[in-house]
Design a protein around this ligand. Structure first.
Ligand SMILES: *Cc1c(COP(=O)(O)O)cnc(C)c1O
Length: 384
């Protein structure tokens, strides 16, 4: 289906980028498994690693429509998308400014690979715009941000970042995984390149590894030229499964976002929790920026257990909510940053970053909030 005027989000999720089954008139997209296509009499030389098989090409239209961009590409993981997108615009001697708090895999990619390519990088001291401006040099090519960020749900002002970047002719990139296209469309605030781990909300059922990039035709063309050299294409079955998942993206994320607000307010009102980090709370230090740039406040939040309640025992007592490394599925999950993502830091380094032992990151699912609250209350009972 071709969009003539802007369709509703659910309609876009369901219909844009369908592969039409012309022959049998099936209701859903067939899968084209071919790795070999005729070269004669066709305009497009199709090949899986060229990211242009029928299923890949059509799914990219759905993702571009959801992100309001001209074009998109899909990859075998979020990191395949992030690494291809960054390296497409960087060469020896270039400089990148990266937000201090970013996904651990991205941090690792930068610090362990960039030196080999002779690419310079600086991490900001915070997510404040001045900290980016301060680091800009003659050779700065990319400003890289992530908002909301992990695990304390910090908010970066996208329009302000885009403005300083444009003043200096610098490209902007955002990891939009936590918000998903349902809650935030960075292109509308002037950000150039939008990155997703589709393993998270886009997949949504904790059974797909995938990544996506959305941007202008011109930027996608440049990323494509690098991406085909790295070869991080997604298998056709997974492309198809991701298309299936995206049909319910808006329904899932809307419900998860609604639940997250209720859960955040529950944590604030209960005496068993200290700090609660959620951009939808008026007490969040960047609430105003979040309200300006987000369509919904997202379904990720973090909370601190009251001093003396053991974070591991609490999570082990949960019956519905699963302690889990990943996030954004329809099922609610928790993770203790001290035990996982930040385990390699000393306690002092963790505290510098605002990460206490009792901090728990909560990925809110689609379950009824009464059931989630009851599960939390029963888990606390023996620990108080
Ligand atoms: C998971 C994640 C990634 C990496 O995605 P993979 O699909 O695991 O490669 C990048 N950014 C954020 C914010 C993530 O949560």
């Amino acid at each position: 289906m071709k969009a003539t005027k802007k369709l509703g989000t659910n309609t876009t999720c369901v219909h844009i980028g369908e592969v039409k089954d012309e022959k049998f008139k099936g209701a859903i997209s067939p899968i084209y498994m071919a790795t070999s296509y005729a070269f004669d009499g066709v305009d497009v030389k199709r090949y899986p690693r060229y990211l242009n098989t029928p299923n890949q090409e059509m799914l990219c239209k759905k993702i571009a429509a959801l992100e309001n961009t001209e074009d998109a590409l899909i990859f075998s993981s979020g990191m395949a998308a992030i690494s291809a997108a960054m390296l497409a615009f960087l060469k020896r001697g270039d400089h990148v400014i990266i937000q201090q708090v970013i996904y651990g895999g991205t941090y690792n990619f930068v610090v362990s690979e960039f030196d080999k390519y002779g690419i310079e990088y600086s991490f900001t001291e915070s997510d404040k715009v001045d900290d980016f401006t301060y680091l800009i040099k003659e050779n700065t090519k990319i400003l890289y941000i992530e908002t909301p960020s992990n695990p304390l749900l910090g908010i970066t002002d996208m329009a302000a970042i885009a403005n300083i970047a444009k003043d200096h002719n610098i490209l902007t990139m955002i990891d939009n995984t936590f918000a998903s296209p349902i809650n935030q469309n960075p292109i509308d605030y002037g950000i150039d390149i939008i990155l997703h781990s589709a393993t998270k909300y886009m997949g949504g059922h904790s059974d797909i590894s995938a990544g996506a990039v959305a941007a202008s035709k011109e930027h996608i063309e440049q990323i494509w030229k690098t991406a085909i050299n790295f070869g991080g294409n997604l298998s056709e079955q997974t492309v198809w499964l991701l298309e299936r998942s995206l049909k319910t993206l808006n329904l899932r994320v809307k419900e998860q976002t609604k639940n997250a607000q209720i859960m955040a307010e529950y944590f604030v009102s209960s005496p068993n929790f200290d700090k609660v980090y959620y951009p939808g709370l008026k007490s969040h230090p960047q609430y105003k920026i979040a309200k300006k740039q987000m369509k919904g406040f997202g379904a990720m939040l973090s909370f601190e257990l009251k001093e003396g309640i053991d974070a591991m025992k609490f999570q082990n007592n949960l019956q519905l909510i699963k302690p889990s490394m990943s996030l954004a599925g329809v099922e609610s999950t928790t993770v203790s940053p001290t035990q996982t993502t930040h385990a390699l830091l000393t306690e002092e380094e963790r505290l510098e970053r605002g990460i206490k032992d009792g901090l728990i990151r909560f990925s809110v699912g689609i379950e009824e909030t009464e059931d989630l609250i009851a599960d939390i209350e029963q888990a606390l009972k023996s620990l108080l």
